[in-house]
Ligand binder design. Structure first.
Ligand SMILES: Nc1ncnc2c1ncn2[C@@H]1O[C@H](COP(=O)(O)OP(=O)(O)OP(=O)(O)O)[C@@H](O)[C@H]1O
Ligand SMILES: [Mg+2]
Length: 510
């Protein structure tokens, strides 16, 4: 691209520390520049500081040190409004539109207006234009609560484009829509073609290779350097990201036991909007067995996980845990029965964000030994236990009793939940997208962990959109399609093409 050398946004020596929380800097003298017409990828493992950089460049955080330049002129960004004024817009890692409002109403909310009269028809027209231009298809008059995650994300991007930025920062946009990332990449490419500068954040090396013109690698708050994508390769990026890292080899011994731990019979349940979400679902999982549910999300997998963990009512059929009927029992009783849950919505359902790391680790166990006795909470026991989990799972946290979970990075929260839910070697684990948001090393560790839990006898209900993960872990593979189990394969016999076809069409032959 000819205009590729025009630097729009530049950060020099960017530093960020959080007073009293960390001894070292979260960002340590980072240099980065983004040019007109380029997609610049920021790559780094969980907790590397990607979101913090994005927040500094878009006015959500103030720098501790360093200088930001917009087209060569030094600027101070005291708020997101400042950043927008300088042409910098950010799409956050988590979705944040107001649910009961339409897309147009959401976007109108962000338009400066003195008399609160929002010109909705105009806004809708403009949304349609932007939506056409970049193939970010959304219906401006649709209510956000009726939208899929992908549509919400497209709306978030349009919301930022609405302010005519020159720079667009996207924080891990693909962690929400991994199956549908290509559409997003097309849109980003067409934006870059008309001259936007794009900072695209990811922890996935494949994406960095596929999408960006240049890539900057971050490791624990330090920049490991910037490369042209065409002149680097996967091996180099892995090294920059992790230092030396060797992928795991998973060994699978046959399932030893015939004892059924989880059994589901003729199950039916409704979705949020009272539509049938599950129909005729029948399966069982034995001790030491992993049953993997493959499929595009939205085909009933999350409803099924909710039914098993007691978070959604069953309208027909039964759920048995260790041969006891637990249909429509309270979630607390299901936890007591030995079912651990790694939920899809980690921030909403996996943790209490306003509580500290230690409090979250014992969330479900605070009233039982060894963490409390008849009348006392045993702080030292909890501290010791939390320390173990944090160090085994590599959760980056400065003070177990002071750091609120809210400020942990997404991947670090996932690690915390994995640690809390699995240390007891539960009888049954309901794991929904267990490796979402994790970097390559943490994914390997999680896969190893699941194999160990399987060896130790846990029955594992696994939902994943990643076919590699399903195939690496599962003893049997169930394919969900439109609320039903469309097919079931022995893991060892499963063929990728056959599974792929069934995921897409619900049938084994088209
Ligand atoms: N407000 C804050 N106060 C203290 N520490 C913070 C704050 N925000 C972030 N951190 C810490 O800064 C580090 C970097 O976090 P950041 O969210 O930037 O990671 P990330 O690279 O985006 O990781 P992920 O891939 O998991 O999203 C983390 O250890 C996090 O706990
Ligand atoms: Mg992040």
């Amino acid at each position: 691209m000819e205009s590729g050398s025009d630097i729009i946004l530049e950060g020099k020596g960017l530093c960020k520390g959080f007073p009293g929380v960390w001894k070292h800097l979260i960002l340590d003298h980072i240099d980065i520049d983004i040019r007109a017409g380029e997609i610049h990828t920021l790559l780094g493992e969980n907790g590397a500081g990607k979101t913090v950089i994005a927040n500094c460049l878009s006015g959500f955080y103030m720098l501790s040190e360093g200088q930001i330049y917009v087209k060569g002129r030094p600027v101070t960004l005291k708020s997101p409004k400042d950043a927008i004024r300088h042409g910098i817009g950010m799409v956050h890692q988590e979705l944040a539109l107001v649910k009961p409002f339409t897309i147009a109403q959401n976007i109108a909310l962000g338009i400066p207006s003195s008399d609160f009269s929002f010109p909705i028809p105009e806004v809708e027209e403009r949304i349609r234009e932007l939506s056409q231009k970049y193939k970010l298809f959304v219906d401006p008059s649709a209510r956000v609560e009726d939208l899929s995650v992908g549509e919400q994300q497209r709306a978030e991007i349009i919301k930022v484009l609405y302010h005519d930025p020159e720079i667009l920062i996207l924080d891990e946009p693909t962690s929400l829509i991994s199956a549908d990332a290509n559409h997003l990449f097309d849109a980003l490419n067409s934006m870059a073609e008309v001259g936007y500068g794009i900072l695209f954040i990811t922890h996935k090396i494949e994406e960095a290779m596929e999408v960006g013109d240049r890539v900057t690698v971050l490791r624990l708050g330090k920049s490991m350097g910037t490369r042209e994508t065409a002149k680097t390769d996967k091996t180099e990026l892995v090294k920059l990201m992790f230092g030396e890292h060797t992928p795991v080899h998973l060994e699978r011994k046959p399932v030893k036991s015939n004892r059924v731990v989880l059994e589901v019979k003729n199950l039916e349940a409704l979705s949020e909007d009272e539509e049938p979400a599950l129909q005729d679902v029948d399966f069982s999982i034995r001790e030491g067995e992993i049953l993997g549910f493959a499929g595009v999300s939205g085909n009933g997998q999350s409803e099924l996980a909710e039914v098993i963990t007691g978070l959604r009512r069953v309208t027909k059929g039964q759920v048995f845990i260790n041969e006891k009927n637990y249909t429509n029992h309270h979630p607390g009783e299901i936890i007591k029965a030995g079912v651990a849950h790694i939920p899809a919505k980690r921030r909403e359902m996996g943790v209490v964000e306003s509580m500290t790391v230690a409090e979250n680790v014992v969330l479900k166990d605070i009233r039982v030994p060894p963490f409390s006795n008849a009348s006392f909470i045993r702080v030292s026991q909890i501290t010791g236990h939390t320390k173990k989990i944090v160090s085994r799972f590599g959760v980056l946290v400065s003070d177990l009793w002071k750091t609120q979970v809210r400020i942990l990075s997404g991947g670090n929260i996932q690690r915390l939940i994995l640690g809390r839910e699995t240390w007891r070697i539960p009888k049954c684990i309901v794991a929904v997208y267990p490796t979402q948001g994790l970097d390559a090393k943490a994914i390997d560790q999680t896969w190893e962990l699941f194999m160990k839990l399987r060896e130790a006898g846990s029955a594992i209900f696994l939902v994943s959109e990643d076919l590699n993960e399903i195939m690496a872990l599962s003893d049997r593979i169930a394919i969900m399609y439109k609320g039903k189990i469309a097919g079931m394969f022995e893991g060892s016999e499963a063929k990728r093409e056959e599974i792929g076809l069934m995921i897409a069409t619900g049938a084994s032959k088209s």
